[in-house]
Structure formats: C-alpha cells, structure tokens
Write a protein that binds this ligand. Sequence first.
Ligand code: PGA
Length: 256
Amino acid sequence: MPKKTSKRPFTVIANWKMNKTISQAQQYAEKLPEFCEGIENSIWLAVPFTAIHPVRSSLPDRFRVGAQNMNDASSGAFTGEVAGEMITDAGGDFVLLGHSERRSYFHESDEFINRKVLRALESSLSVVLCIGETFEQREAGETKEVLSRQLSLGLASVRKEDLTRCLIAYEPVWAIGTGKTATPEMVLDTHGMVRSSLSSLYDEESAQSMPVLYGGSVSASSSEALSKIEGVDGFLVGTASLDPETFAKIAQFASK
Ligand code: PGA
C-alpha cells in the first residue's frame, strides 16, 4: 500500500440508523466524551430526528450532531417529513443523504437526492452524500460508472464554494451490515475512482480537498488498517457505532 500523504481532516461518523430512544441516546452521549479523550479526529453522530436535540444538549461542542435524512422542500403539506431548517433548529448541523437503505427501501432516485442536497446546503447544513455499488454492479464491472453517475447526479448544481460543506461516503452496498469489508485494494481503487470523478466534475484542487469516507461493516478490528489506505479520510460506521466504547475505539485507531 502506498503511504498516506493527504492532509484532509479525518472524520468518523456514527450512523445510528433507527436505533435508540431519547434516554438511550442521552446515556450514550454522556459516556462518549470520556472514551474519546485524546482523540483528535472529528467525530460526528447521525442520530434519529427525535434524538438530535437531546444528544446535542448532552455533548461538548467538539462533537457534531446531525440527521440521517430530510425532505427536499423547505416546509409544507408533506405529512411525516422533516425539513432541513427543523434539523438546524434542533441543533443538528449536517445530514446524511443518499444512504443505500434510503435508495433501496424508500426508492430514492439520484435526482431526488440531489434536490435534498441542494436544500440541505441552502439550510446551512453540511452534507454527507452516500454512494456505492451493489454486488451485482461490481460483478458486472460497473462500479466506476455507478459511482460517477451517483456523484454527478447527486452533486448537480452544487456550487464549487459549497463543496467545503460536502463529504462523500463511499459504502459498497454489499458491505453494509453484512460483516464483509471491502479489501484494502478495492478501497484504494474505488476511493481513487471517486477522487477522479470529483476532479472531472469540478477540478483537481476541489477533489483533493473533499473528504471521502469509507463505510460498510467498519469495526474496531478493521478500522486501523482501513485508516491507513490512501484516499480514506474517515469512516461512516453503522452497527459498530451503537456502543460508545467500540465507536471511540474505531475513531481512535483512525487518528494514529
Ligand atoms: P454498517 O453500516 O457499519 O453496519 O455496515 C454502515 C452504514 O450503513 O452506514
């Protein structure tokens, strides 16, 4: 593996998905800072809407708190939906968009995700745009094409100056929640593809300054090796983020 040269900040994001009541979330938030002592990486928590305010109120400022989804409209008759402004009002400052569970279970298209990206940026949120290929797409040799399509459609009309509030999370769909992590070679290769797509969409400087995180069954035992791969600027962690001590271990390995 080539030695890492990037100076991009390392960001480790917990994706709690549909887990934790308010009291469970608060207990987690009370324990996390102690486990994270001495860790210099940026640590963000993507929590259920109901937990944004309680978690924000329980955590020191160094931790960022955000949502896992939002609607593409600013307000209105969209029963059951949540707007970007409501996330900022609750104390959240970022949102995950385009997660593969939203794409597959809720049939979110790249165009719909793009409208959410634009609305999130307008609502002063940072955006973590999730992309990734399915097992069938990888087997068919379509990974590069799929990733560059998800990036170009997902970031359509996003201005260059707003890229400082955008992160990309590359998560191979077949690695999410399955215990299967992509090999270091695959991760190196795909992160390179993402970076070169970003460079053709914008320019090399923008591509080099955008953090690209890896996600998909990241664990306390796999994170150290993954963190050393060129082009990996952090992690999006699902299952292993549900316990604060394990999550802190992942974030800690990454800082070394
Ligand atoms: P996982 O989930 O770590 O449980 O694979 C990652 C994600 O879905 O963001």
